[in-house]
Each structure stands twice: as structure tokens, then as C-alpha cells.
Design a protein around this ligand. Structure first.
Ligand code: NAP
Length: 294
């Protein structure tokens, strides 16, 4: 038996079309063009690719797109000044500051300055707190994408045992909160977890966000479980080439799981589209319009 594939790419394409249509309607009926600003400090090549893709997608669906690039040696005061300027810019509804930041710029200082209403990555204390209280309107993009895929493929997750491996502010913590809010029984694991294999084998939903190539072996997967692989790891593919693999040993896990996300084409495909969705939601809220139903 082989697992069903959770086709994040196909779902993301449909979601993107809905977000684009809703953005066009907002412009037509209210004269509001959703605007996304990205901020990159330094020249990390991977971050440059992420940012470029985000701006390209925003432009492709008719959003206003702004990019600010600061040198690696920019001071914290300079970065905060750019964030304040974007906070005040009426054409910008979503601001994304690409992490990680150079060491002289404190992430906490940036997040404390960023207007929570424009915090489309949902990393500010305000949005993290609203998520805990179950009343967030802006939810971190990758966990939001995972929940949409689970809803589409599993339906109700109430009562299921979910294990989230990884406890980052960007993914693991919000993912666990969202699963809890959906009434799953959630366990969070991390590098200090004792007997991770046993915890994994109990999980009806196994979520891996570790950042280690093919770390989760097939025999950790409970037969019939849903496996969500968040990892993006570049590995040697031979012949001087590289390829992207997830945090789960895909071939072995797919023989045991009921459903599994491929890498690429699974979770990763959802993230940018969810960012556009958050920008649309922020644009509506900042203009006193109802939350778009996308
Ligand atoms: P991160 O900040 O890189 O942290 C990794 C987490 O994994 C930490 O909580 C760490 O535990 C845990 N961990 C490390 N080694 C472990 C081990 N041996 N056993 C159990 N847990 C272990 O996490 P992240 O930013 O969420 O990224 C994780 C992965 O997801 C990366 O591959 C990243 O590229 C990918 N990602 C993809 C998307 C997307 O769009 N698809 C979005 C975000 C992230 P400690 O806390 O104890 O150190």
C-alpha cells in the first residue's frame, strides 16, 4: 500500500486564484489595492530567492509590491526606521521582514516596532497572543497552509493525536496552537525530547519541522497516519547537482502513511499563497472592510 499524496501545489493554485479574484474585487469595489512590503537586510542568497518569489507573486496577482534592501552592516536604528516608514505607508498593508537578521539587529526590536495590523508573518507578540486566545486574524503562513491542507484532505481533526516536531516561533508553536484549536490532542517535540520515535509512532498526524534532511524514518510512522513534512533541505544529488528534500524519509514513510505531503510540492507550495492571503486580509481590516472569505 502507498500513501495518498497531499497535493499542496494544486491546492495552492486554487487558493491563489481565489486571492487574486478577491483582490481584484477589492480594487474594483473599494479602490483598495492590497500592498505587500518586503525588507531584506544583507545578501543571503536563499533569503534573496524567497523575497524575490514573494514580490513576484504579489505583482503577478495584481498587488502593490514594495521592496527595501539594506546592506548587511545596516544598524538596528536604520532597520527600525524602514519598518516605521512602512508602518506609516497607506499603500502598504503587509510588511515582511526576512529572518534571520544580522546579529547587530535584534529580532525582538524589529517585531516590537512592526505594526501588528501589518504583520503578515504573524510573528509580533500581539499576533502570537491573539493566536493563543483563539482570535487571531493574521496567522503565520506555513502553519495556516498546513491547516488548510489538513481540512481539505482529512476534514475534522478533533480527537486525533498530533505530534509537532520543532518549536520555532515561525512554524512549530503556531502549528501546535492551530491543531489544539481544531481539537487535536497535541504533543510538541524538540531536540531535548526523550524517545521521539515512540511519540511519533503514536501520532495520527505527524508534523516534521526540524530542518534535517530525511530525519524521520519510515518506521516512526504509525500505519495510516497523515504525515506533514515542512522541512526544506538542500542536499547533494550527485553530478554536482543539488535537490530539495524534506525532514521525512519520503519513500519509506509513504509505504506506511495514509496521506503524505511531498517535498517539493506539498507544504512549501502553500506558504507564499498564504502570505498573499494574509496581505489581502490585512488590507481589508486596515480599510474597515469585511474579512475576505478566501
Ligand atoms: P528552526 O528554527 O530551524 O528549528 C528547528 C526545530 O527542530 C527546533 O525546535 C529544534 O529543537 C528541532 N530539532 C532540531 N533537531 C532535533 C532533533 N534531533 N530532534 C527533535 N527536534 C529537533 O525551525 P523552522 O524555522 O520551523 O524550520 C524547520 C524546517 O522547516 C526547515 O527545514 C525550514 O526550511 C522549513 N520551513 C519551511 C517552510 C515552508 O515554507 N515550507 C516554512 C518554515 C520553515 P530545539 O528547539 O530544541 O533546538
Amino acid at each position: 500500500m502507498s500513501a495518498g499524496i497531499i497535493d499542496g501545489k494544486a491546492f495552492a493554485a486554487q487558493l491563489r486564484a481565489r486571492v487574486e479574484a478577491e483582490g481584484a474585487r477589492m480594487k474594483r469595489e473599494h479602490g483598495v489595492v492590497p500592498g505587500l512590503a518586503t525588507v531584506l537586510v544583507g545578501d543571503d542568497p536563499a533569503s534573496e530567492v524567497y523575497i524575490r518569489n514573494k514580490n513576484k507573486t504579489a505583482e503577478a496577482i495584481g498587488f502593490h509590491s514594495v521592496h527595501r534592501h539594506l546592506p548587511a552592516e545596516a544598524s538596528e536604528a536604520q532597520v527600525l526606521s524602514v519598518v516605521r516608514e512602512l508602518n506609516a505607508d497607506k499603500a502598504v498593508h503587509g510588511i515582511l521582514v526576512q529572518m534571520p537578521l544580522p546579529k547587530q539587529v535584534r529580532e525582538a526590536a524589529v517585531l516590537d516596532t512592526l505594526d501588528p495590523a501589518k504583520d503578515v508573518d504573524a510573528l509580533t507578540p500581539t499576533n502570537a497572543g491573539l493566536l493563543l486566545g483563539g482570535r487571531a486574524s493574521l496567522v503565520s503562513c506555513t502553519p495556516a497552509g498546513v491547516m488548510m491542507l489538513l481540512k481539505e484532505y482529512l476534514g475534522d481533526v478533533a480527537g486525533l493525536d498530533a505530534l509537532v516536531i520543532g518549536r520555532s516561533l515561525l512554524f512549530g508553536k503556531p502549528a501546535a496552537q492551530l491543531l489544539l484549536a481544531a481539537n487535536a490532542t497535541v504533543t510538541m517535540a524538540h531536540s531535548r525530547t526523550r524517545d521521539l520515535a515512540a511519540a511519533a509512532r503514536r501520532a495520527d498526524i505527524l508534523v516534521a519541522a526540524i530542518g534535517k534532511a530525511q530525519f524521520v524514518p519510515g518506521d516512526w510512522v504509525k500505519p495510516g497516519a497523515t504525515v506533514i513534512d515542512v522541512g526544506i533541505n538542500r542536499v547533494d544529488a550527485g553530478g554536482g547537482k543539488t535537490k530539495i528534500v524534506g525532514d521525512v524519509a519520503y519513500d519509506a514513510a509513504a509505504k506506511v502513511a495514509g496521506l503524505i505531503t511531498p517535498v517539493p510540492g506539498g507544504v512549501g507550495a502553500m506558504t507564499i499563497v498564504c502570505l498573499m492571503r494574509n496581505t489581502l486580509i490585512a488590507a481589508a481590516a486596515l480599510n474597515g472592510l469585511p474579512t475576505p472569505g478566501v
